[in-house]
Ligand binder design. Sequence first.
Ligand code: GDP
Length: 418
Amino acid sequence: MIVGAQWGDEGKGKIVDLLAQEADVVCRYQGGPNAGHTIIADGETWKIRQIPSGVLSGKVSVIGAGCVVDPQVFLDEIDHLESRGVSTEPVRLSGNAHLIMPWHVAIDRASERRLGKLQIGTTRRGIGPAYADKASRIGIRVQDVLDAKILREKIEVALAEKNVWLERVYEVEPFELEEVAGAYAEHASRLAPHIADTSLLVDESLRDGKHVIFEGAQGTLLDLDHGTYPFVTSSNPVASGGATGSGIGPNRLDEIVGVAKAYVTRVGEGPFPSEIEGERQAQVRELGGEYGTVTGRERRCGWLDLVALRYAVRVNGITSLALTKLDVLSAFDELPVCVGYLLPDGTETPHFPAHQSDFHHCRPVYESLPGWRAPLDDDLPGAARRYVEFVEEQLGVPVPLVGTGQERERILRAPVAR
Ligand code: GDP
């Protein structure tokens, strides 16, 4: 199980890609087409949003029941991969996954606009509204496209309500039943060969002794239940969400790899205790290329936050950590690392605050580690090794993978001698 240990964009794509080389099946279990993984392999750049990146290495690539799928994005991605010579034959889509419908996108755009200053900063791809409808039990699922009559009926029921909201509340154009039903019926024949019982597929693969990797999108602090609500995603990226979202028991997960950057980034609004003050923030952003894969938005940058990572270790059950982008920190003489939070009542804590007001008003407590000021290669400079060791000591988990550059091969295994 590979999970983001921060606010997403940790470089999970590269770690999944690496570990997928040794896997037979790669399964995504939550999220939708906002998961912009970037993978650089053999001099080519891939930006994949909906389909598991394992498809690039020919692995069985599963989109589990916990995901929401925009059929147009999915099919465009299939076409794009095929046009670049990647076979999409092993892509499997759960019939229980929910479909993003055009009104979800329209509502996402309109409601963010209405929230004004209070907006959450969603990617506006209809993901949140699709999950909301799933919970309200008026969602439309992938398997519904297999029966044109059922599909049309469900669209009709949904539109009866959605069009009222769109016109009266959001003051935007309503949707035509025939138009939407026609478009989705057309997608059906192309989706059908990919639709499968993916829970059974994963279970049988595990029983056959195959190696299955679960790939979480976003990150722990964006988890709907355990993240920094309301600035969160609408699903459960945490490891246990992987069992729910792929349809297997939690006892089938034997290793949980958290992926964290050697610093922190956050997209959109919300509190961020270790956000870097002054010009060094822009420097980290520039060096790390911290701009959204899908949206191009600037990411906010902060020093490594071990309070938040300690929390990620706890709520995911992380057994080892992959620390990415350590090379980005090579430019600095000293590296503040946040080891505790100073709460408004004057107490200091190593634990992530359970209450939002504490989190909003806490101040970071830093310990400063020396920088190394040298490019990273196969042998980490002493100070870089010390940085990794410090993380291991503070969190009590090993860091067997360290990212030292953008390319797939720029990753060190077991960089710290034990
Ligand atoms: P993901 O959604 O968690 O996969 O994260 P993104 O793909 O949005 O961001 C990861 C970005 O960091 C990509 O551009 C990667 O090529 C890049 N990246 C991953 N690992 C490293 C690393 O160790 N060093 C550097 N400099 N870049 C990396």
